[in-house]
Design a protein around this ligand. Sequence first.
Ligand code: PLP
Length: 386
Amino acid sequence: MILTFVKPEVAEVMFDVIKNNYGNPSSVHTFGQEVKPIIDKARNQVAQLINAKPNEIYFTGSGTEADNWAIKGAAFALKDKGNHIITSKIEHHAVLHTCEYLEKHHGFDVTYLDVDDKGFISLQELADSIRPETILITIMYANNEIGTVEPIKEIAEIAKANKILFHTDAVQALGNIKIDVKELEIDMMSVSGHKLYAPKGVGALYIRTGVKIDNLLHGGAQERKKRPGTENTAGIAAFGKACELAEANLDNHIQRVKTLRDRLIKGIVDKIPHTIVTGDLEKRLPTIASFCFRFIEGESLLLSCDMVGIAGSSGSACTSGELDPSHVLMSIGLTHEIAHGSLRLSLSDFTTEEEIDYVIEKLPEIVQRLRNMSPLYEAFLKGESK
Ligand code: PLP
């Protein structure tokens, strides 16, 4: 339960393109030319959701690709101007590993800003980190593990005042927060289809008119010569439809999911002692409820949840399976022991009140059972640990 599905209307658009529009949009024949308007329509739909111009949207194969492109593309384009990049310690690995790669192989210097116990960067620290050679600030819109929404407008203002490019990874935010790239003065923004009920394997990079970055991929002339590769027409059409639906229903979606999220958080905190809600309670994605339960292991928690049909994750989906506790939870100051007992539950338009109540009923039993087997809990009960 509580997973993100492809919406039926989105799947319909996708199947329709697969069945009826097989042409390659780069071909001159009629079959190919029929496909071009489909991509143009999707570009409009994505642009409209974030108040961009359609020609500022470039489709990619994923959010990861968009992040890589924005960061490497800016770094390589501006390397004669400077070699310093600022990011945060809680970015997705698509950003962190890209920055590490630039440091290791291309001589860039990256500042990884600390975050406070809720996951916010400090605007003062950001301003203090800027150097004459700083060429890019890349800070995520909202965190995928703890849901904290960063002060994007203020970050963009600092970047602009210092004439530095500002990129944000909005993969988790798109469709869950009202985003206006013009008002916020964002230079580049990464988004991904599968976080808003489109299929996996399609994303986009918004590049503000006038911003010049190098290409990441080299090949054909697709995406106005900036992102080669034959277009994933069906995926792009589906992404466009998902953006159209998100725009039409944004306020409702946010309100509804937020109410469910708060019911879930309250229910869990009320029923399970020694629980920490990670991330900020107010400036938070409506779709993320994240906890750390003391004295248990996240992995056994996930397995026990799975057995009763609750699909949670520990850390991010990408880091689950690794033994190290999540870099995000460590960055907000949790100890290894506490970070190991983490659980993230994602909510969506498909989540129902019954499902939330089911989790509130089942999770306390699971946590208690695991605690009863935990040497840490035993030590705590005996007063041997705090
Ligand atoms: N950035 C964030 C914040 C994410 O949560 C994710 C995926 O979950 C990505 C980037 C990567 O996007 P994709 O899965 O489309 O490559």
